[in-house]
Design a protein around this ligand. Structure first.
Ligand code: ZN
Length: 351
C-alpha cells in the first residue's frame, strides 16, 4: 500500500463527534481542507461546505458530494444519586455491543467511563436468555455524585473509546462509519485538478439520527448531481450466505444501486460503473435494503431533485467499536470519486 495516510485516518476516527456535537471533528476537517478551497463556509446547522469553481461550465452545473462527519453516540439524561449516569442513544445501536465498553463523557472536561450492566452471576435464567436493551446499561465513571456533578451535566454527549489499529491490510476502529468517507472526501479534495462543474464537498452533521444536515445542505446548494459517501455492510464472514453479504472487503469500491432511503438514479449508477471500468478501478455493486444514507437528501432536497447515487465503503462489524475496512477499497473509493468529478461532463446524461 503506497501513500495511504493512516495517520490522518487515525485522527479522524479518534476525534469525537456525536450527532449534534460535531465541533471537534469539524475543526479538524476544516483545518485539513481550508487551503484547497475557493471558499469554505459553515451553515447554521454546522455542515462544512467546501467549494471549488468548475473550469468548463457553460451550463452552470454543480455537483455535491456529501460525507457525514457525525458518529453514533449517546447523550446523558440523568445522574443517579450514587454517581452513575443514564443515557439515551444518538443513532442506531445494537444493544448487545454496549457490553463491557469504554466510553468518553464530554463534560466540562473529558472523562473515561465504562458501560455497566447486570453481572451474569446474579441474573435469573430468564434474564440470561433475554436480548439486552440499551436501557439495561449505565455509565460508571468511578466517581461520587458530587465529583460527577462538578464536570458532567444532563445533555452532555458521550462517544465510544477506541484507537485505530492496522490489522493486515485493514484498518480497525470505532467511527470508521463515517470517518473513512470523510477521509476519502479530504483525499479527493487534495487531488482535485481540473474539474468541469462547480464542486461542493459537504461534511454533514446529524446523519446518524436521520440525514438532517444533508437535507439542509442539499436544499441550500440545489445541486444538479449528487454523490454520497458512506460505509455499507460487508457481511463476508463465517455463517453468511452468499446472498446476504451485501459487499465484501477487498473487492473494491461499492457502487450503490439502492438503500432503504434511495433508489439511486440509474444514470448515476451507469456513470460510476463506466468511470470505474474505464480507469481500471475495482468495484462491486451494493444493494442495502435496510438503512438510509445522505444520498436521500442529495437526491430529493434540491428544488428539482438531483441525479444522485453513492460510493460506499465495505465495512465489517458496522456500528460496533471494531469497525473494519480494507485500505485497497478506501484507495479505490478515492480514485473513483476523483475520476467521477473530473469526467462528469463526458457522460451522456440524456439516456
Ligand atoms: Zn454512516
Amino acid at each position: 500500500m503506497t501513500n495511504f495516510n493512516t495517520q490522518l485516518l487515525k485522527i479522524l476516527c479518534e476525534t469525537p463527534g456525536a450527532p449534534g456535537f460535531e465541533k471537534k471533528i469539524r475543526d479538524v476537517i476544516a483545518k485539513e481542507v481550508k487551503s484547497y478551497a475557493d471558499k469554505l463556509s459553515f451553515d447554521n446547522m454546522g455542515n462544512i461546505i467546501f467549494y471549488k469553481k468548475g473550469n468548463d461550465n457553460p451550463d452552470k452545473k454543480s455537483v455535491m458530494v456529501a460525507a457525514h462527519m457525525d458518529e453514533i453516540g449517546f447523550i446523558i439524561t440523568h445522574i443517579e444519586d450514587n454517581g452513575f449516569l443514564r443515557f439515551h442513544t444518538l443513532g442506531g445501536f445494537d444493544p448487545k455491543t454496549l457490553t463491557a465498553q469504554r466510553v468518553i463523557v464530554h463534560g466540562k472536561k473529558d472523562l473515561v467511563g465504562v458501560m455497566g450492566s447486570k453481572p451474569v452471576h446474579v441474573m435469573t435464567p430468564e434474564e440470561k436468555n433475554k436480548i439486552p436493551k440499551t436501557t439495561d446499561y449505565f455509565i460508571d465513571l468511578g466517581m461520587t455524585k458530587s465529583a460527577v456533578m462538578e464536570v458532567v451535566s444532563v445533555g452532555d454527549p458521550v462517544t465510544r473509546k477506541s484507537e485505530l489499529l492496522e490489522l493486515g491490510d485493514c484498518v480497525n476502529c470505532k467511527s470508521i462509519d463515517n470517518r473513512v468517507s470523510v477521509f476519502i472526501l479530504i483525499e479527493a479534495i487534495k487531488k482535485l485538478d481540473r474539474i468541469p462543474y462547480d464542486f461542493y464537498g459537504v461534511f454533514t452533521v446529524q446523519e446518524e439520527v436521520g440525514l438532517r444536515g444533508a437535507n439542509v445542505a442539499a436544499h441550500q446548494i440545489n445541486p444538479d448531481f449528487g454523490i454520497a459517501l458512506d460505509t455499507t455492510i460487508a457481511y463476508d464472514v463465517p455463517g453468511a450466505q452468499p446472498h446476504e453479504k451485501i459487499t465484501s472487503l477487498g473487492e473494491g469500491a461499492a457502487i450503490k444501486i439502492m438503500d432503504a432511503s434511495t433508489i439511486c438514479d440509474y444514470r448515476m449508477v451507469a456513470f460510476l460503473k463506466e468511470t470505474a471500468s474505464k480507469n481500471k478501478i475495482k468495484w462491486q455493486p451494493e444493494i442495502l435494503t435496510a438503512g438510509g444514507t445522505d444520498t436521500a437528501g442529495l437526491q430529493r432536497m434540491g428544488k428539482h431533485g438531483s441525479i444522485s447515487g453513492a460510493i460506499s465503503i465495505p465495512t465489517r462489524h458496522l456500528h460496533q467499536v471494531i469497525e473494519m475496512a480494507h485500505k485497497d477499497d478506501i484507495t479505490n473509493c478515492v480514485n473513483l470519486l476523483s475520476y467521477a468529478l473530473a469526467e462528469i461532463n463526458q457522460f451522456n446524461w440524456d439516456h
